[in-house]
Write a protein that binds this ligand. Sequence first.
Ligand SMILES: Nc1ncnc2c1ncn2[C@@H]1O[C@H](COP(=O)(O)OP(=O)(O)OP(=O)(O)O)[C@@H](O)[C@H]1O
Ligand SMILES: [Mg+2]
Length: 255
Amino acid sequence: MTNRVTQVSPAPDYRVEMAAVEVTLSGVSGTVDILRGVDLTVRTGEAVGIIGPSGSGKSTLLMVMAGLEQATAGQVRVCGADFTVMGEDALAVFRRDHVGVVFQSFHLIPTMTALENVAVPLELAGHRDSFDRAEAELRSVGLGHRLHHYPPHLSGGEQQRVALARAFAPRPALLLADEPTGNLDGTTGTAIMDLLFDRRAAAGSTLVLITHDPALAARCDRVVRVQDGRIVPDPAAVAPAVMSGVPSVPSGLPA
Ligand SMILES: Nc1ncnc2c1ncn2[C@@H]1O[C@H](COP(=O)(O)OP(=O)(O)OP(=O)(O)O)[C@@H](O)[C@H]1O
Ligand SMILES: [Mg+2]
């Protein structure tokens, strides 16, 4: 008979808390108010879909959550860290250790193999087993046979699977995805989303997913709509076809 020891560890804080967040950018054509008072909390382990018309501020919102864009005003706390008092270096380290980001256009380094694209960031973060871990991640997204291929020699779906492996390899507390299937055909896009949700469940990551596809948004625990740089307060009261900002919803999708 074995003695079982129950280990009680404190619940991890993988929350995103944004309060009265504004982003105003200045350019040659004057200032642009991109985010105009965003209040949004994403709970630990929650999956939140972000929808809204083009230009409404969705990507900017995600960049603020990633610490890639600084809020002009308001509070931003991610996994307990106060972004508003952190400098560029501290934000970069935080991102490296806690945040995975997946973009529509993959953002792989073309001169590195699939394996290197996943392993090098792990190595830079100080992981000793970076290449073994990268290989395991690539196998888990079905790319064990493409480890040494360069991105230009991979299909779009394969490139996005490398990007997913790269994002999940450090076991991020927070996964941010900006239209990750926007450049893929429907079948490939569905396969990528299945992988994303599977890997996210395995990693226990909090997920924020921007999508124009109401069916994808519906796979999240909750959907919020961004409009004119603000969050619409009660998106559940709005029909998905209206929420999506897409003129028509293909038949066969959930209403
Ligand atoms: N660096 C910048 N300088 C000035 N305006 C910007 C800058 N970056 C973004 N914008 C403007 O901010 C607004 C919001 O951009 P954002 O990319 O967040 O929108 P989005 O909701 O992600 O749109 P889409 O669905 O088309 O991706 C847009 O009107 C855009 O033109
Ligand atoms: Mg965008």
